[in-house]
Design a protein around this ligand. Structure first.
Ligand code: MN
Length: 430
């Protein structure tokens, strides 16, 4: 018997929160009305918002040093889907799951799809993995994959990516995300030009295998595991590759994959302008690719990213349909709790961005009123939108207080006895 949180339990928990929510929502509605902001369109936009969950995010992550497993962790893709469904049940904004192959490989894709559908889940972009060797592999990625000097290794990596497309197509996915760890640890180790040329050649072969309605997302990352030079290190290289490949290729922005002081919202603006923004891997960081919970370190930056996205939508930017996904490593928390709170943080940044008075902002910018313009952004950022987010969850059947309701359900306690410890697949830090 698999424990699931009963919908009646959520309704009951909501009952205890309802009157406080009503009061807070009334106060916020009055506040927004004074500022000339209508609630209905904001609520409607929030109801539409979805961010995908990473299958590997429901397991305890790890660092380069260690992983500290917790009781009740999912032991395979079916149990991962159970946990993702629990997140979705409580927040109602995460109905799609992003799989990672071969970690989530199954023999029967149809059975997996049916199981997911029964839980109300679908599948987002699938991710390939050529940054580690799998048991029994005939080629090694020690010195690279799609950019390897040996054509046999490149072909092996290309074949894996094409297999990911086929597996994803069987599940209803529409995109392949490619991140490679290829690069060099020593100056002189690789030729900086030819390694990129080999990447383009390999990606061209993968691109040719995309179904008509598929896209390929190129994920760049500044460094790690290649600490001297990474082949796809920045958005410029990613854009060059996407432009060379064709219209189905776009650039994916993982918030942690930049130098600490880089202006990510400006990169977002550039990719929107170039019609090449694929979407996001959301997380937060303080030093590098820390994969911390979204909005936990710098919620203002997350807001500024969403400000660009809402601005692009308001302007009717062409070919603009970014995919949103969480990509985090949960080292010291219950992963479900981190995903619940991260999904809410991402929605919060979006809601705040929806409150920006764009006409007033454009006017202030035209007048070169620097502080006036800044204060318009700050007024939106400083608005506590918690009641709005709770109301959207309540209207969709979710929990007014997701974390509190999750803890009260004792979900993890039940899973600890249902899922005796077993060897768990490696954590994903990409
Ligand atoms: Mn990522």
């Amino acid at each position: 018997m698999t424990f699931r949180i009963d919908q009646a339990f959520i309704e009951q928990a909501n009952g205890a929160e309802a009157s406080a929510l009503e009061e807070d929502l009334e106060a916020l509605t009055r506040n927004l009305r004074r500022r000339g902001i209508a609630l209905a369109p904001v609520l409607a936009a929030l109801k539409q918002f979805q961010v995908a969950l990473p299958s590997w995010g429901v397991g305890t992550g790890g660092t380069r040093f260690a992983r500290f497993p917790m009781a009740g962790e999912p032991r395979g893709i079916y149990e991962k889907l159970d946990d993702c469904a629990t997140v979705q049940q409580l927040v109602r904004a995460t109905p799609n799951i992003s799989l990672h192959f071969p970690w989530d490989k199954v023999d029967d894709s149809a059975a997996l799809k049916t199981y997911a559908q029964a839980l109300g889940l679908g599948f987002d972009a699938v991710n390939s993995n050529t940054f580690q060797d799998q048991a029994g592999a005939t080629q090694s990625y020690r010195f690279g994959s799609l950019t390897h000097t040996d054509a046999a290794v490149r072909d092996h990596a290309i074949a894996h990516n094409i297999e990911c497309i086929k597996r994803g197509a069987a599940l209803g996915s529409k995109a392949l995300t490619v991140w490679i760890g290829d690069g060099s640890n020593f100056a002189g180790q690789s030729n900086l030009t030819t390694s990129f040329e080999r990447y383009l050649e390999s990606m061209t072969a993968i691109y040719a295998a995309l179904p008509a309605d598929w896209q390929i997302f190129i994920e760049h990352k500044l460094y790690e595991p290649a600490f001297y030079a990474t082949v796809i290190a920045d958005w410029g290289t990613s854009y060059a590759a996407a432009a060379a490949l064709g219209p189905k290729a776009k650039c994916l922005v993982d918030l942690g994959h930049h130098a600490p002081t880089v202006n990510i919202e400006q990169i977002v603006a550039r990719l929107v302008h170039l019609r090449k923004l694929a979407g996001f891997h959301f997380n937060d960081s303080r030093y590098g690719d820390d994969d911390l919970d979204s909005g936990s370190v710098d919620p203002f930056r997350l807001f500024l990213v969403f400000n660009e996205l809402v601005d692009a939508t308001a302007r009717g930017a062409a070919e603009f349909a970014p995919a949103y996904m969480i990509d985090q490593s949960h080292n010291v928390t219950d992963p479900i709790e981190s995903l619940l709170s991260s999904a809410v943080s991402i929605q919060r940044a979006y809601a705040q961005a929806l409150l920006v008075d764009r006409a007033a902002l454009a006017e202030a910018q035209a007048r070169n009123d620097a502080l006036g313009a800044h204060n318009i952004l700050k007024a939106a950022f400083n608005t506590d939108v918690s009641p709005l987010l709770a109301e959207v969850r309540r209207l969709s059947g979710g929990a007014i207080a997701p974390l509190k309701t999750y803890r009260a359900s004792q979900y993890r306690h039940y899973k600890a006895s249902e899922r005796p410890a077993a060897a768990v697949a490696a954590a994903g830090i990409v």
